[in-house]
Design a protein around this ligand. Structure first.
Ligand code: NOJ
Length: 450
């Protein structure tokens, strides 16, 4: 690999204002769980429990970004990437989740922000990327309505300390994933299960999303405020009315339930009757506090799902047919490689009148890397990114709005319950030595952005 493989793609085809970036999250990269007064998060606790994470992996060191942020920021600059998305660890700056503030945590994020700005890289902050302070979990976490106030106080601290330099903010990352996996299925932190936990957390996180956005707007009038949602193109396995109806319910659950209240459309209870149970937790005035006029919506799309009807699955009456069963090409996450999904979700979300701007805040793939003579070959990842960028060009040509693309992710990192088994990075990490090597995909992206 002496030369980066040529492709006809170049950033200029996307227009001058198109935003290019790379996304990360605190818990997946930082390590240093106890350094400088940090409190424990639900993920610190979850990863310390036996059997929760594949191969017994933990995130005590992760990518050591807590210590190596400067050299990683140098790498972002070397790759010509102009925007860096990272998240704040709530318990690093508020160890118990509430006041007082841990000044050392503020100092740490200030160093990151200042270092990015001096490298000419724009900081994009995600306020909540899943690492709730454990002390708040003891009080019920997101299932406790107080969580809206806890979160609001935390957002105040962030905007007061970082708002003078940071203009791009995302309030909550992928609520459907962390609430589904963490509060219904119990396979992510905090490991809670059941419909009651799920629905309570859903409503409180939705209220917290708009409460947080309002606080940012009040403190930083010119802030560029968004929040991010996972989304998936859904198709029925057959055209039978049963499968078509099942696909509609899954689409409602995965694509509509979390965004529609934010857009002022309320929860989609008609298309997913189990959501009517939410009424038990909705109190006076809530319906007026569920929406916010976001400057942008971040969409995170990796694949499509094919759905068949199933009487065995409670509440939803539907089952996803895995990529393996369908015998299609998939990634190390078991997700089908299907680039047109990105076009389809852009079409779907463009149809909402309330969305002003769409940015793809995550897209990328977990594939194994081949190391040879000090180089890292990951041609599948390069093609995955190129093929998804082609879909964005197609969408733009068809008049759909899409204003940016952030790759998931900078370096290989801790992929939640998958541990380090799923590598998503543009940069390879040897987790024994912490050595970084830019992969073929990273070199291609650098060239593309030049
Ligand atoms: C979604 C999440 O935001 C991120 O934390 C995760 O690592 C990627 N997608 C890949 O699964």
């Amino acid at each position: 690999m002496n030369k980066v493989e040529t492709s006809f793609l170049h950033k200029n085809q996307f227009g001058e204002d198109f935003l290019w970036g790379v996304s990360t999250a605190a818990f997946q990269i930082e390590g240093a769980p106890d350094s400088d007064g940090k409190g424990r998060s639900i993920w610190d606790v979850f990863t310390s429990q036996k059997g929760k994470i594949k191969s017994g992996h933990h995130a005590l060191t992760a990518c050591d970004f807590y210590n190596s942020y400067q050299s990683d920021i140098d790498l972002i600059r070397d790759l010509n990437i102009p925007n860096f998305r990272f998240s704040i660890s709530w318990p690093r700056i508020m160890p118990t989740g509430v006041l007082p503030v841990n000044e050392a945590g503020i100092v740490y994020y200030n160093k990151i922000i200042d270092s990015l700005l001096s490298a000419g890289i724009e900081p994009w902050i995600t306020l909540y990327h899943w690492d709730l302070p454990h002390e708040l979990e003891i009080k019920g976490g997101w299932t406790n309505r107080e969580s809206v106030n806890w979160f609001s106080a935390y957002v105040e601290v962030c905007v007061q300390n970082f708002g003078d330099r940071v203009k791009n903010w995302m309030v909550i990352n992928e609520p459907s994933v962390f609430i589904g996996a963490g509060y219904f299925l119990g396979i992510h932190a905090p490991g809670k299960k059941g419909i009651t936990n799920y629905l309570k957390a859903m409503h409180h996180v939705t209220l917290a999303t708009t409460a947080g956005a309002k606080i940012i707007r009040n403190h930083i009038p010119d802030a560029h405020i968004g929040t991010t949602f996972s989304c998936t193109h859904i198709e029925p396995a057959t055209q039978s009315s049963k499968d078509v109806e099942a696909a509609k319910r899954v689409d409602t659950l995965l694509n509509r339930t979390f965004i529609e209240p934010i857009l002022g459309l309320g929860y989609p209870q008609a298309d997913l009757p189990v959501l009517k149970k939410l009424n038990a937790y909705i109190v006076e005035d809530d319906l007026n506090n569920l929406s916010f006029d976001f400057d942008f919506i971040g969409l995170q799309c990796y694949t499509r799902e094919v759905v068949k009807s199933s009487l065995l699955i409670p509440y939803i009456g539907a089952e996803l047919i895995s990529a393996e069963k369908r015998n299609v090409i998939s990634t190390d996450m078991g997700w089908e490689v299907y680039p047109p999904a990105l076009y389809e979700v852009l079409k779907k979300f463009n149809a909402y009148k309330g969305i002003k701007k769409i940015i793809i805040t995550e897209n990328g793939a977990a594939f194994p890397d081949t190391l040879k003579n000090g180089k890292v070959y990951d041609i599948k990842r390069t093609h995955y990114i190129q093929d998804h960028l082609e879909q964005i060009l197609k969408a733009k040509k068809d008049g759909l709005n899409v204003d940016g693309y952030f790759v998931w992710t900078l370096t290989d990192n801790f992929e939640w319950a998958e541990g380090y088994n799923a590598r998503f990075g543009l940069i390879h990490v040897d987790f024994d030595t912490q050595q970084r090597t830019i992969k073929h995909s990273g070199l291609w992206f650098k060239d593309f952005l030049s």
